[in-house]
Design a protein around this ligand. Structure first.
Ligand code: DAH
Length: 340
């Protein structure tokens, strides 16, 4: 029995020296010291020894077990240390390495322009209001003095949901909605999307962006309109821009005007962007029609006002020297990245 014990000790030490991982060590432990292990089964045979032999052999067996246990513990420590080093090495972070650069997005040119335009009018004391894109025909046309057979009401121009509801064709309904809810005086702008039954091509889009403006109060004149819009055009397109007002016709204003700026690209000589006219049309505007004031519950004898509407895409185009609306809606990164 003594020899068997010695053999187990030697074999264990040998296997232990070879063991290269904590898993191997654990297996060895089970093989020798476990319930069915080689040492355990020998110890179980002790009961068959004579009374005289038993204490001596018992002591020896315990010594052997202790030796094996100690060696296992020692080796375990070494292997644990080795594993720790391995893990530390694997998880090492080189803080001196250059960082990975995260791609930075940028604000869409339309949003950027809306923000610039807004900030000019906020600076002039205007409030910003928002309203529905799915609009009642009443606000889109009737409340704006558009006659029953006005061409803009045609199915070919307007998306009808039903005879009473349309996708708004302009932000002008916000004039009527705002006046209905608020007493004068007021100054508002209303940016937002509008819809027209056009196919997408270089210069048309079924969806585009407008911004409405409205100022109503006592004694507001066409002079105020000219001053405000001239200030706006110079703030957005540059102090050196010339601004001109041309007579025009809109159902909801009287008198009405269209507002042009001298071409940003050619300075007025004529080029592709201004179709060789030297001028670029930027805004529609006019004095709010007395009918519009009255329908909203205002007294046209007491108050007057001016209104204006601009297309944000058309504002961007001369600003950035572009000639196509389509680019705003195609999400082509090569185009969008130019506005960083
Ligand atoms: N709603 C007009 C359009 O879509 C633009 C416009 C013109 C708005 C004159 C106004 C205005 O407020 O006074 O063409």
């Amino acid at each position: 029995m003594k020899n068997m014990l010695k053999e187990i000790l030697n074999e264990s030490i040998e296997a232990l020296n070879k063991a290269d991982s904590l898993e191997e060590l654990e297996n060895l432990k089970v093989k020798v010291l476990g319930r069915k292990g080689s040492l355990t089964s020998i110890l179980r045979g002790m009961k068959d020894l004579s009374k005289e032999e038993r204490p001596m052999m018992g002591k020896y067996a315990n010594e052997i077990r202790e030796k094996i246990e100690n060696s296992l513990a020692e080796k375990e420590k070494i292997l644990q240390e080795k594993r720790k080093e391995f893990l530390l090495e694997r998880e090492r972070i080189d803080v001196t390495m250059p960082g990975k650069k995260a791609e930075r997005g940028n604000v869409h040119p339309l949003t950027k322009t809306i923000n610039e335009v807004k900030s000019v009018f906020i600076g002039l004391g205007y409030d910003v209001v928002d309203g529905p894109e799915v609009e009642l025909t009443y606000y889109n046309f009737d409340a704006l003095n558009a006659p029953k057979f006005h061409p803009s009401r045609d199915y070919q121009d307007t998306f009808y949901i039903n005879p009473e509801i349309v996708l708004r064709t302009q932000t002008s309904p916000m004039q009527a909605r705002t006046m209905e809810k608020n007493a004068p005086p007021l100054k508002i702008i209303a940016p937002g999307r509008v819809y027209r039954n056009d196919n997408l091509d270089a210069t048309h889009s079924p969806l585009f962006t407008q911004m409405e403006g409205l100022a109503v109060g006592k004694g507001i004149s066409f002079g105020d309109l000219k001053g405000t819009l001239t200030t706006f055009c110079k703030a957005i397109f540059g102090e050196e821009r010339e601004v001109r007002f041309r007579p025009h016709n809109f159902p909801f204003t009287e008198p009405s005007a269209e507002v042009d700026i001298s071409c940003i690209v050619c300075g007025g000589k004529g080029c592709r962007v201004c179709s060789d006219t030297g001028w670029i049309e930027i805004l529609g505007a006019g004095m709010v029609h007395p009918n519009v004031l009255a329908m909203a519950g205002y007294d046209p004898n007491e108050v007057s006002g001016f209104a204006f509407g601009l297309e944000i895409e058309r504002t961007c185009i001369p600003k950035y020297g572009m000639n196509a609306i389509r680019a705003f809606y195609e999400n082509d990164n090569r185009f969008l990245e130019q506005f960083k």
